[in-house]
Design a protein around this ligand. Structure first.
Ligand code: AMP
Ligand code: MG
Length: 401
């Protein structure tokens, strides 16, 4: 049995990095991983722009209340610049986002002045803030806007568009094929014969994969039979899978034919984790470079190992530079049961209180309990040597929502 951190170290050491790039319009780049450092094609803002509605002027000409004021000689709107030279002793009306004429250095906000006819008077001398956004004050021309490995969010795409880009180079997404194994499984919605259960993973895993920078090729199913399994895996590889994710068939029962088959292929790197839920988890490489993740059949174990190992592994395959996992600290609201000797990720609920986070693990922690998984908003990360914990103990948890 290997520990979770060692398992991750082995994954990181063996997962291939992406090789193929593609150029994507910004409209198709959400969630994708940059393969380049895109650079701003122009400064942002491209010109000095007004930060307020008011009057653009030369600060030195603007006296305190009681002087002759400045003559208002024109108007600049956002998108409709004022292009004439500004005579001495004058100003123009200006709106937020309009270019500040080259002869002006300041904008007097409307609420800080008094207008009488076509003249304005400052309530107080302009000092400090000049209310002009300088050209390039946000982004300089040619400035790098991201590094290879960056996962693109809406906020990045907004920056790229503002800086003049309409497309970026990203890594091609790894292609993922899913496999449910088990004679007992019926497709979602199909009538159940006695002894059958509905396949939960066929809904759970594609949904979890939707949040990742991968392309899902499809869901396959195989009976617990070596020949059928071999045929199905062949189809999945034929479909062009870069990564294969299976559920079930990797424990030590007679019907668990997947793990022995992988072992026989010499494709198995490890197959047992000191982890609960999720002990029977297999990892290896098929045909050299195609990652194989054998998840336990129990959907809660499948979810936990997917969340802890497979999702970050797929991000690495996709070329993403991983951010540290968000881990929070909280206080146990009630005692919990735990057996020492395995790292335990118990399902539970966390809540923010005035004293920090309060965390509670569900009493029932069996790994077939999908209702508890659905209700949980966190996994409590309980270290391997730890035993039962009393109310009030400090715990680490991973938020799920
Ligand atoms: P296995 O690892 O194949 O021995 O499966 C462990 C348990 O999980 C058994 O009770 C299976 O019936 C159940 N199981 C396996 N695959 C699925 C699935 N896709 N959906 C729901 N339950 C499953
Ligand atoms: Mg099975």
């Amino acid at each position: 049995m290997i520990e979770l951190d060692d398992a991750w170290a082995q994954l990181e050491a063996t997962l291939p990095t992406p090789q193929t790039e593609e150029r994507l319009p910004l409209s198709a780049a959400l969630g994708r991983i940059l393969s380049e450092s895109p650079r701003a094609t122009h400064a942002v803002p491209p010109f000095p722009a007004s930060a307020m509605d008011g009057y653009a002027c030369r600060a030195a000409e603007l006296g305190a209340l009681g002087n002759g004021g400045l003559a208002v000689v024109g108007t600049a709107w956002a998108g409709q610049p004022w292009n004439d030279a500004l005579p001495p002793g004058s100003c123009i009306r200006i709106f937020t986002g309009a270019p500040v004429p080259p002869s002006c250095d300041s904008v007097l906000p409307r609420e800080e002045c008094r207008r009488e006819g076509d003249r304005i008077f400052a309530e107080e001398p302009l000092q400090g803030e000049r209310y002009v956004r300088p050209a390039g004050g946000d982004v300089a021309e040619g400035q790098p806007l991201g590094q290879p490995g960056l996962a693109l969010h809406a906020r990045h795409l907004g920056l790229f568009a503002a800086a003049g880009l309409d497309a970026v180079r990203c890594w091609r997404r790894p292609r993922v094929a899913l496999l449910s194994t088990g004679d007992e499984l019926a497709a979602p919605g199909a009538p159940l014969a006695w002894g059958q259960i509905h396949d939960a993973s066929q809904a759970l895993l594609p949904a979890a994969l939707a949040a990742l920078p991968v392309e899902v090729l499809g869901c396959w199913h195989s009976r617990d039979d070596t020949a059928a399994l071999e045929r199905t895996l062949g189809e999945m590889l034929e479909a062009g899978a870069d990564a294969l994710i299976s559920t079930g068939g990797v424990s030590v029962g007679d019907a668990d034919v997947l793990r022995p088959w992988l072992e026989q292929q010499g494709a198995l790197t490890f197959h047992r984790l000191a982890l609960k839920p999720g002990r029977p988890f297999s990892y290896g490489m098929l045909q050299g470079q195609r990652a194989f993740f054998g998840l336990p059949g129990n959907p809660v174990s499948a979810f936990a190992t997917f969340h802890l190992l497979v999702a970050p592994a797929l991000r690495v395959l996709a070329g993403e530079t991983l951010a540290p996992t968000l881990r929070l600290q909280g206080t146990l609201a009630k005692a919990l049961k735990k057996t020492p000797g395995r790292r335990d990720f118990q399902r539970g609920i966390f809540m923010a209180t005035a004293q920090g986070f309060s965390v509670e693990a569900f009493d029932a922690q069996d790994s077939h309990l999908l209702s508890g998984l659905a209700e949980a908003n966190c996994l409590l990360d309980l270290p391997l040597p730890e035993g039962d914990l009393p109310a009030g103990a400090e715990v680490t948890f991973l938020p799920l929502a």
